[in-house]
Design a protein around this ligand. Structure first.
Ligand code: NAD
Length: 368
């Protein structure tokens, strides 16, 4: 297969971690007979330095011409970098928001997977963790409370100050994300938990109705509805029960952070943003980590796992995605760790070896 991949290396640790993901992809290409063509795309601080804006129209066109975009991270130190003296629409993050909008990326996917070897980083009790958990949070990204009309009443010194935010969803917005959620479940353990607040909110009652309609097209997938407050509790009480969690924007924002917290390090967390074609933007959940940029110690695993998601969800190369995920597990099992996932004080370091960014990439590529 020939794959056109736009590559946004970005700022900070971005170029370091993207280099390792490409190394692993190239190894996949060699082993399974695929050709990965990369097109570099400027976005973020590096684009500001080169062009004066965080994302040019040419960069958007290059992303649109790709089958998928693999991204490192963008941005700098928000207190000291001159990028943050610029107007908000000219700062690095504005580039990412513009790209998401231009590509209509309405579905955000964040896996939360607990690696046996990193169990110690999980704040849950051993009896709750059991044999581990493996879930996927699918969050609607372009609607709901964060995009509805909002206003704050003027203060006139007489009336009570009041602010209002509007939570709006139409059935098309719900249907397209629900379909995506059920499609993803078909590639996994075939279970969807749709999370809402249907005991209170009209938008949630419509959400529930549309999810039920969509579910009819997926007879192999079992689904359930869960109230968001219960879901927040269940995530720490029994995370094993979840496969795909499908939810709206604000609930997803909160639940995906809760789910990622129970897995351990930010350097392990991949993510994807999808539209209604096969296209996706794949990136680690962390930022550009300016504190460790250029030191060769950043953990590249989240970016490598994001590349695996790209193979699975854009290119339908499930076997190849499995090969990357298994190589990551193998490397952890053999005791290799970047600094962020080293054992904490009091934990055993027997059989553990600390490695840098490039070495971690080499080890994973070798085991693909
Ligand atoms: P951050 O995620 O960059 O860093 C938080 C902490 O996690 C730091 O101590 C960092 O060293 C560590 N860390 C992050 N990724 C790591 C990795 N792969 N390996 C090892 N350690 C890692 O968050 P921040 O410091 O709040 O933000 C820094 C910059 O990144 C800001 O400009 C922010 O706007 C930007 N940012 C970008 C994205 C993105 O590109 N999508 C996402 C979040 C933050």
């Amino acid at each position: 297969m020939e794959c056109q991949i736009g590559v946004i290396s970005g700022d900070g640790i971005g170029p370091e971690i993207v280099t390792e993901a490409k190394k692993v992809l190239d190894q996949i290409g060699k082993k399974y007979g695929h050709l990965f063509h990369y097109t570099d795309i400027l976005m973020g601080g590096c684009s500001i330095d080169a062009t004066g804006v965080p994302l040019t129209d040419d960069a958007i066109a290059a992303a649109k011409a790709s089958d998928a975009v693999l991204m490192g991270s963008i941005g700098g130190n928000t207190s000291t970098s001159p990028w943050y003296q610029l107007a908000p629409e000219l700062r690095p993050e504005a580039g990412l928001l513009k790209l998401r909008k231009s590509l209509n990326l309405f579905a955000n996917l964040r896996p939360a997977y607990l690696y046996e070897e990193l169990k110690a980083a999980c704040p849950l009790r051993d009896d709750i963790i059991g044999t581990g958990f493996d879930m996927m949070i699918m969050r609607e990204l372009t609607g709901g409370l964060y995009f509805g009309a909002r206003k704050t009443e003027e203060v006139d010194g007489v009336t009570t100050r009041t602010a209002v935010d509007t939570l709006v969803y139409n059935e098309n917005e719900i249907r397209r994300i629900a379909k995506r959620g059920f499609d993803i479940a078909m590639k996994r353990r075939k279970k969807v938990t749709s999370v809402d607040k249907a005991n209170v909110l009209d938008s949630s009652r419509l959400w529930r109705k549309i999810v039920e309609e969509v579910a009819k097209d997926y007879p192999e997938v079992t689904y359930e509805h869960m109230l968001v407050d219960n879901c927040a509790m269940q995530l720490v009480k029994d995370p094993k029960q979840f496969d795909v969690i499908l939810t709206e924007n604000m609930f997803g924002d909160i639940l995906s952070d809760e789910a990622s917290m129970v897995t351990g390090s930010i350097g392990m967390l991949s993510s994807a943003s999808l539209n209604d074609t096969k296209f996706g933007l794949y990136e680690p959940s962390g930022g550009s980590a300016p504190d460790i940029a250029g030191k060769g110690i950043a953990n590249p695993i989240a970016t490598i796992l994001s590349a695996a998601m790209m193979l699975r969800y854009t290119f339908d190369l499930d076997k190849e995605a499995d090969a990357i995920e298994n190589a990551v597990k193998q490397v952890l099992k053999e005791g290799y760790r970047t600094i962020d996932i080293m054992p904490q004080a009091g934990e055993s370091t027997e059989g553990i070896e600390q490695v840098g960014t490039a070495k971690m990439g080499d080890l994973i590529a070798e085991r693909v």
